[in-house]
Structure formats: structure tokens, C-alpha cells
Ligand binder design. Structure first.
Ligand code: CA
Length: 223
């Protein structure tokens, strides 16, 4: 899952980037609206976190422009003022949720997950394949009712395979979506991570869900 933060305060941006990265997200940051909008042309984000008070074009202008371009990516805006007017304006302009500064990181993370779960197209909270169950909201996975102890990256990897079940995902795509690495990077990282994921998701169970497609990548199939 890739998130863009548009925030001019370096300290806040760095703090959010670090926290979100630790929770398995790929995070980019832009310090003003134009830089942010241009990044949204280059990448498909799952969520944009947008500060309202920005130099040059403020968050409202950025949000309007973003929606005018037909982008349906969810937007979570950050406002320093807890005023009803502000909130209404943001939601009217097409934001999905908001947070009033200052906020605790845990609060932001909860909000981010809620917005991501809704997505541009509403997704169910819980995805199931065979006896595998993934709770996108709670960030938990289980097989046959047994909780799987996954790291945030392992969860992201498994969630990606399940969300795109029946699609063979190339190592490059997985590297990009889960680690934010490009194709030139060492995609061996993907093989190592899949191997580790299998020891938790497949090895203890009878039916193997993660399949290798030789020379291509990996897939989880619905059958
Ligand atoms: Ca600001």
C-alpha cells in the first residue's frame, strides 16, 4: 500500500513517514501542493494525507484539483483548527476523512486503516480464501481459526496476494507494491520474503495456498 503525505512541516512529515513505514506502508512525501499533485500523476497511491495549511496552493485547492482530475484515491486531511466549517468544507471538496492537529500517531494509523479499508471502491473488511482469513481493518490473518504471527511486511505481502488472487504477480510488481523498490533492485528480497511467509501461512497446514509460477512470480488461487 502506497501513501503520499503532502505536508510542509518537515518534522511532521518525517514523523509520519517513519511511523507509516514501520507499519508496512510505502510512503512518499511532498512539501507543497504542486509537488504532491505531480507525484499523484506518476504513482498510483492508495491514500493521500493532505495538510490544509500549505505554502502556495493550500490543501483545499490541491484537493479540488485532485478531484477535478478524476482521481478517486481517498484523501485524509489534516487541519489545525477544529472547526465544523473546516470539516464540512473538506468533506464537500471530496476528502474522505480528517484529523485535527495535534494527534497521536495511533489515531492517525487507525484513521488511515479505516480509510484504506473503504478504498475508492468499497472493499470488504475481511477477505477469505480457503481457510485463510485476512482482516484488513484489524491487520490480522488466520488460517483455520489459528492466528498467524506476521510482520507488517509479511501482512502486506499476503494481503496483496489475496486482494489480487488469481492474478500471477511478478516479483517486480510485488517489490514495488510491498517495498517500494523498482525492478532494478534485488528482487531476491521477494523470494526470501515469500519463503518466510510460507513457513507461517503454508507449512503448518495441509493445503498450500501460495503457488510459484516459474519464471513469472507468485499467485494465490481461489478454487
Ligand atoms: Ca502545514
Amino acid at each position: 500500500m502506497r501513501i503520499l503525505i503532502i505536508e510542509d512541516e518537515n518534522k511532521t512529515a518525517a514523523y509520519l513517514m517513519k511511523g507509516l513505514a514501520e507499519n508496512g506502508f510505502i510512503v512518499d512525501a511532498a512539501a507543497d501542493g504542486n509537488a504532491g499533485l505531480s507525484l499523484t500523476d506518476d504513482y498510483d497511491y492508495d491514500l493521500v494525507i493532505l495538510d490544509v495549511m500549505l505554502p502556495g496552493r493550500d490543501g483545499w485547492e490541491v484537493l479540488s484539483e485532485f478531484r477535478r482530475k478524476g482521481k478517486t484515491t481517498p484523501v485524509l486531511f489534516l487541519t489545525a483548527r477544529d472547526s465544523v466549517q473546516d470539516r464540512v468544507k473538506g468533506l464537500e471538496l471530496g476528502a474522505d476523512d480528517y484529523l485535527v492537529k495535534p494527534f497521536a500517531f495511533s489515531e492517525l494509523l487507525a484513521r488511515v486503516r479505516t480509510v484504506l479499508r473503504r478504498g475508492p471502491v468499497r472493499q470488504p473488511d475481511v477477505l477469505r480464501i480457503a481457510d485463510l482469513e485476512i482482516d484488513l481493518l484489524a491487520h490480522k490473518a488466520s488460517r483455520g481459526g489459528i492466528k498467524l504471527d506476521l510482520t507488517p511486511k509479511e501482512f502486506s505481502l499476503l494481503a496483496l496476494l489475496v486482494r489480487k488472487s488469481d492474478e500471477v504477480l511478478s516479483r517486480a510488481l510485488i517489490a514495488d507494491q510491498v517495498w517500494g523498490m523498482n525492478f532494478e533492485s534485488d528482487t531476491n528480497v521477494v523470494d526470501v520474503a515469500v519463503r518466510r511467509l510460507r513457513t507461517k501461512v503454508d507449512d503448518p497446514f495441509g493445503k498450500k495456498l501460495i503457488k510459484t509460477v516459474r519464471g513469472v512470480g507468485y499467485v494465490i488461487e481461489n478454487d
